[in-house]
Design a protein around this ligand. Structure first.
Ligand SMILES: [Zn+2]
Length: 85
């Protein structure tokens, strides 16, 4: 009696090129944003949001987004007011 003939899963010899680099879709990954991703998979605006903690790295709004967004808009409004002197 021989038990050596176990059924082996057939290995498919897939040819995976070494030079495949995982490229993102090229779009901003913030919720419902269709802008082109420019930095860290976010568009310009959402990258700022991410930096300022309005959204997490997955592009989802943080729990206190409303509060932060309010502060963010206020600070940006102040900044743009300065510009138009
Ligand atoms: Zn965006």
């Amino acid at each position: 009696m021989s038990d050596s003939n176990k059924s082996e899963p057939k290995k498919l010899d897939k040819q995976i090129p070494n030079n495949v680099i995982s490229i993102s879709s090229g779009l901003c990954k913030a919720d419902s944003c269709r802008s082109k991703a420019l930095r860290a998979e976010f568009c310009d605006t959402h990258f700022t949001w991410f930096k300022d903690g309005l959204i997490n790295k997955n592009g989802q709004k943080v729990p206190d987004f409303d509060k932060k967004h309010y502060a963010w808009e206020a600070s940006h409004a102040a900044a743009s007011k300065k510009k138009t002197a």
